[in-house]
Design a binder for this molecule. Sequence first.
Ligand code: ADP
Ligand code: MG
Length: 585
Amino acid sequence: MPIRVLDSTLASKIAAGEVVERPASVVKELVENAIDAGATRVTIEVQGGGIESIRVSDDGAGIPVLDLELALERHATSKIGDENDLETISTMGFRGEALPSIASVSRMALTSRARGTEQGAYVRSTGGVLERKGAAGTSEGTSVVVQDLFANVPARRKFLRSPAAESSRIHNAVTQIAIGHPHVRFNLISNGKDTFSSPGSGELRDVLTAVYGQETVQALLKVEGTDKDGRRVSGFASSPSLTRANRSGINFYVNRRWIQSRMLLQAVEEAYRGLLMEGRHPLVVLHIDIPAVEVDVNVHPAKREVRFHHDGAVFSAVQRSVRECLVAHSPVPLVTARPAQPGAAPSGWHSPPAPTWGGQGSFQTWPIPPAGRDSDGTDGSATDTEHEARLPAGETLPALRVLGQAGQTYVIAEGPQGVYLIDQHAAHERVNFEKVLRQVEEKSPEIQGLLEPLAVELLPEQVQTLEEWRDTLHDFGFLGEPFGERAYLIRGVPAGLRNASPDQLLGEVLETLQQAKDTSQALESMAASIACHSSVRAGDTLTHDEMAALLRQLEATRSPHTCPHGRPTMLHLSASNLEREFGRR
Ligand code: ADP
Ligand code: MG
């Protein structure tokens, strides 16, 4: 075929793909337009996951009657005039692409009345072709209705998930924007039901409460910092006791725009260094306010990424303000993974006692040092012990003999190289974790059937996750079937459940699956959840035989030294250390 310039309708249909991927991206664009128009109230109503219809109305500045038709044209925008404006973008939109793109793949009605004018107007189009226009009696502000999305692009329509799944993406899109704009009042109504509203009080804390719930927000620490050049970082960060299995709880807003940034993620991780267990991530919401000239937002069609002119400065502003907040609020001194310094009070145990955050358990992992620490003649200086604290991976346990139980939490045992304190829960978790994974691999889960099937109600995104991972859930021993649109009948769960109800376990596993980055992480996190809930807990009294059996099973595991979350399963007091501490050597 010879080269030709595409006609404009076809060109916008193709370009629409970049901006309008699914209903949630339509909602995002329309809501951002409302914000750019200075709205204080934005109402979003969707039907059928937004595939049937989306209506976004606002009380913003509105569009003058004469401009209305123009708003549907490609590259028509009121937000930038010339190239220089690109350097200092303060609005969410600026490309003039959203309305024409959305219009080209739907039926659209745009109704608006500019602030201070008497009369409003509307335009209506199908597939981007103007069909009707006229006067409209309407209040000040704008409302956009989008129906039958992708009806004329079957390839894209096929790509959409179930209405429930699309609804949940819309929910995420709206909450994401709401967090960026605490002064705007948002209302999301899905199939006639109120599903989210933010108060518009101007307080970030209030929006976060609407999104994450009171309890979570109470556990957040306030972050606040401004560097010498006026770059401001503010928001909230979780104390190290509140963590998630992935990074989805870490969110950045640069000049109120939600963005993805590997660099900023690293800055946060750096701030939390040494405070979180391996594989756990904090909940962090940060507003980064910097002069518009220092950031380029024009690098991604959906504007999800930005470029900073001073990467390093932004990195350290974020890292420092979060770290300072954590240090200032930390209920216990920050401890590094080093045993006591030489000359300090005797510390026979190779590892310092695990400090706790609000009773949630240790936040640091201390692998068991090898027994031969003293035999090399060093004085155990911090550097040496830190070096030695790493046990070669895969090292097996010696045979251990149970001596007793301490605090109904630790098994005390003796081996050829000294005394061991074993955390009964962590040890049992390790045993169960490997067992579950083995059963999954062999496709022979031990299932505990329920006498009466248990009906549970699910959120739309949970229904979606269940569908998506049905076979895997089955491999793990979850039996059941959908019951109506929003409920599920649990008929069986993995055997051995001790400290969670079947519905709790299912809920937790679904959350894990939603957050998993890939299949292998999903399998591991699921196995860890199941292991955790089928293990003895701290506080359970164990008989001598039970403890002996636990140690035999632990010896047989592949990684006996850590639990699936990376906590140590045991501490070791070596025979040579004992001799030294008692002055026998
Ligand atoms: P952009 O937001 O990049 O300018 P859009 O295609 O999203 O491009 O919108 C085109 C223009 O239509 C905007 O520049 C603005 O002038 C006008 N507009 C769109 N939505 C609204 C709204 N809710 N209120 C006021 N004006 C709007
Ligand atoms: Mg826009």
